[in-house]
Design a protein around this ligand. Structure first.
Ligand code: AMP
Ligand code: MG
Length: 366
C-alpha cells in the first residue's frame, strides 16, 4: 500500500466546550467537522484518552490520508471509533460472547477490542489484516462527531508517527498544522495514555497494549488474559507483536532516554550521581514527592532540568502528564533523559509500557 503525499492546506482550529451531547449536535463546528469527514477529509478531535486524527473508516482514500499526515507506516492499522455499541455489527463479524461482557462494563471507555473484520472495512483502515480494532470513546465531542458523520471514524493518535501522543490541542497543532483540515480543541484530555487494546480473535483474550482499563480489570471479566510479550520487552529475532504498532519506536522524545529502576533510595542516589558530574543538558523525570531532593543540584547547575511527572500517590496523574512532559523535553532541547520507574500494577503497567518504549527499553537496574 502506498501512502499519498500530503498537500499543504489551511487547518481550521475551533474551540468547543465538552458539554451535553444534545447541545453538541446543534453546534455548527461539530457539523462542519462531520461534513469534512463525510467528504473524505481529516479532523482531529479529543477523546478521553488522547487526541485522535479522524477520517471515514469506510473510505479507503480518506484512511490513506491519515497515514500520509502522520507519516505512519501503512501496515500499522487504525482504531475504528463508533458512537453506539450496536454499530460494532457493521464493522465486525463472528463476535464472541466475551465481547459483550467487556463492552457492558467498559464501554464507552478507554478499551479497544480486536475482532474479525467485515469486508466493508478497507485494507487501508485495517492495515491489510483480516481483523479490526474498535472502540466506543467516552467523550461527548468525539461521539457527537461520529454520530453527525453517520460513519465509523478511523482515528489513530493525532501525532506525527513516533512522537509522543497529543493530550492537548496545541500538541496536535505542533504536529499537524497545514496537514489536516480541522482541529477541534476540546481542552486537555482526561486520561493521557492511549486505550487498552485487547485481542478477542483467539481462544484466550490477549492484552496487546495496556491502558486505563487495566489488566486486573480485564481479568475480572475474562477467565484468563494473556499478555503480548511486546508490552514487556524489546522483541528479539523472530518474535512478532500482535499489534503491528508495538514494533515501531514510539512516544520517543528526541533525547536519549533511560529508565532507572530499583529501590527508592538507590534510584535517587544514582540519579544525583548522574547529574552532578555532567555538563550535558539533562532532564530528570521524577515525582512531586522527590522533586525537592534535586533542588540543590538544579539551582547550581542550569543544565539540569528536574520535571515532575505527578504524584507517586496518584498514578493517574503520572499517566495524565507523561506525554506532555516528554514533549516538554523536546522543547527544552535536552540531550539525555533519566526517568524514575513505577509500580506496574493497575495503570502503572500502561505508564511503564510508554516509558519503556520512549526509552527504547533501556533500563538501568540499580
Ligand atoms: P493509535 O491509534 O495510534 O494509538 O494506534 C493504534 C494501535 O492499535 C496500533 O498499535 C495498532 O497496531 C493497533 N491495532 C489496530 N488495529 C489492530 C488489529 N486489527 N490488530 C492488532 N492491533 C491493532
Ligand atoms: Mg499512536
Amino acid at each position: 500500500m502506498e501512502t499519498k503525499e500530503t498537500e499543504i492546506k489551511e487547518t481550521i482550529v475551533k474551540k468547543i466546550d465538552n458539554k451535553d451531547i444534545d447541545k453538541l449536535y446543534q453546534d455548527e463546528d461539530i457539523r462542519l467537522a462531520a461534513d469534512i469527514i463525510k467528504s473524505g477529509g481529516l479532523v482531529a478531535f479529543p477523546t478521553e484518552t488522547v487526541y485522535g486524527l479522524g477520517a471515514d473508516a469506510f473510505m479507503e482514500e480518506a484512511a490513506k490520508k491519515i497515514y500520509a499526515a502522520k507519516g505512519r507506516p501503512s501496515d500499522n492499522p487504525l482504531i475504528v471509533h463508533i458512537s453506539e455499541i450496536r454499530e460494532v455489527d457493521d464493522i465486525a463479524e463472528c463476535i464472541p460472547d466475551i465481547f459483550y461482557s467487556l463492552a457492558k462494563k467498559y464501554w464507552p471507555g478507554p478499551m479497544t477490542v480486536v475482532l474479525k473484520k467485515r469486508n466493508i472495512v478497507p485494507d487501508a483502515t485495517s492495515g491489510g489484516l483480516d481483523t479490526v480494532a474498535v472502540r466506543l470513546p467516552d467523550n461527548n465531542i468525539a461521539r457527537a462527531i461520529i454520530k453527525e458523520s453517520g460513519v465509523p471514524i478511523a482515528a489513530p493518535s493525532a501525532n506525527t508517527s513516533g512522537r509522543p501522543s497529543p493530550t492537548k490541542a496545541i500538541h496536535v497543532l505542533e504536529d499537524m498544522n497545514g496537514k489536516i483540515d480541522m482541529i477541534i480543541d476540546g481542552g486537555t484530555v482526561g486520561i493521557g495514555v492511549e486505550s487498552t487494546i485487547i485481542d478477542l480473535t483467539s481462544d484466550i483474550p490477549t492484552l496487546l497494549r495496556p491502558g486505563a482499563v487495566t489488566l486486573e480489570m480485564l481479568e475480572n471479566t475474562c477467565k484468563r488474559v494473556d499478555v503480548d510479550p511486546a508490552i514487556e520487552h524489546l522483541l528479539t529475532g523472530n518474535e512478532v507483536p500482535k499489534a503491528p504498532g508495538m514494533k515501531y519506536k514510539h512516544y520517543a522524545p528526541k533525547a536519549d532516554m533511560k529508565l532507572v529502576r530499583g529501590n527508592e533510595s538507590d534510584v535517587l542516589k544514582y540519579l544525583k550521581g548522574q547529574i552532578q558530574n555532567s555538563d550535558r543538558l539533562i532532564a530528570v523525570l521524577t515525582v512531586d514527592e522527590h522533586k525537592d531532593m534535586f533542588d540543590t543540584v538544579s539551582s547550581e547547575k542550569l543544565n539540569i532540568k528536574v520535571l515532575s511527572l505527578g504524584s507517586s500517590k496518584n498514578p493517574e496523574s503520572i499517566a495524565y502528564n507523561l506525554f506532555d512532559i516528554l514533549r516538554k523535553c523536546d522543547e527544552l532541547g535536552v540531550e539525555y533523559i533519566f526517568s524514575e520507574s513505577f509500580d506496574e500494577r493497575g495503570i502503572g503497567k500502561a505508564i511503564m509500557n510508554r516509558l519503556k518504549k520512549a526509552a527504547g527499553f533501556e533500563i538501568i537496574d540499580v
